[in-house]
Design a binder for this molecule. Sequence first.
Ligand SMILES: NC(=O)c1ccc[n+]([C@@H]2O[C@H](COP(=O)([O-])OP(=O)(O)OC[C@H]3O[C@@H](n4cnc5c(N)ncnc54)[C@H](O)[C@@H]3O)[C@@H](O)[C@H]2O)c1
Ligand SMILES: O=C(O)[C@H](O)CO
Length: 316
Amino acid sequence: MLPRIVFLDRDSLPLTLLPLKAKHQWQEYANTAAADVAGRLQNAEIAISNKVPITAATITACPNLKMIAVAATGYNQIDLAACKARGIRVCNIRDYALSGVPEHALMLMLALRRQLLTYRIDVLAGKWQQAQSFCHFSAPIQDLAGSTLVIVGSGALGQAMAGLARALGMHVLFAERKNASVTREGYIPFNQALGLADIVSLHCPLNTETRHLIAEAELALMKNDAVLINTARGGLVDEAALLKALQAGYIGGAGLDVLIEEPPRNGNILLDIELPNLIITPHIAWAGRFTMQQLADQLIHNIDAFLAGEPSNTLV
Ligand SMILES: NC(=O)c1ccc[n+]([C@@H]2O[C@H](COP(=O)([O-])OP(=O)(O)OC[C@H]3O[C@@H](n4cnc5c(N)ncnc54)[C@H](O)[C@@H]3O)[C@@H](O)[C@H]2O)c1
Ligand SMILES: O=C(O)[C@H](O)CO
């Protein structure tokens, strides 16, 4: 029997995939609701998922499953412990968005620190025409050069973000893990780092340790004009606490590419308000054409490698 491969959310990768080297059976679905996952993976040996959750119950219900190819770097939607217990290989995509994600984070930083939305709104409202001088001032503008960027997560994207920021003359600090008992060389204790930051940029995975990493207490430690950038995962930030901090002016702004629920079909409190210092993009930091193609090529490589008996990028 040829290995059966099922892609659960093919529409999340809108480009052409390279052909696999090994013979196989391929089945793809545009997207898969939670209730349909186990049924669709019933006879599959290999599952491909970008964002469709694969739970312990699904693992139990799918006896043929041997590999999960995550079509992303983030793997928080997969129950790794259940996969490990069953001997199912899980592989993810690495180092593909080293330009795209930092560029997106940088765009959000620039827009927020230079008050892009406020000035655009003012110009469209005719406020420049009424100005007494050649320019119109309504919100304080901060240069990125000379500002302090605190990065949480010093992996591939955290390091790439640091490189881009240093090239712009920013002072880069890496935050130690929250509640760590010792501080590694080259890192600043988490709470102290938040207090020093003009910009905090999150680049760590979402897991039980990092859920709500940034909540009310952490936002209170930040300067009143500091901005929070999250291109990692929505669950890292307590959205209710962030809304409160923005409305009360405890922080200067937020740029988010990710939300706790995606797509936010049930609404989201951060989408219900219109603030010039809150910018939300729909999880597209990775979606540059070249970046996405790198992901797609690595996905096929990971499956080829598994079928050849030499799995690559394995998580378990
Ligand atoms: N928005 C997007 O389009 C997009 C694209 C790619 C990746 N991502 C997200 O970015 C995350 C980071 O990607 P990466 O390629 O840098 O991954 P990576 O594995 O190379 O780096 C993650 C880093 O986070 C560190 N880390 C783990 N737990 C931590 C904690 N509690 N506190 C601080 N640091 C911690 C790890 O030690 C590692 O150094 C991914 O997990 C994914 O969720 C988002
Ligand atoms: O984790 C990732 O790679 C991005 O979220 C795209 O899926």
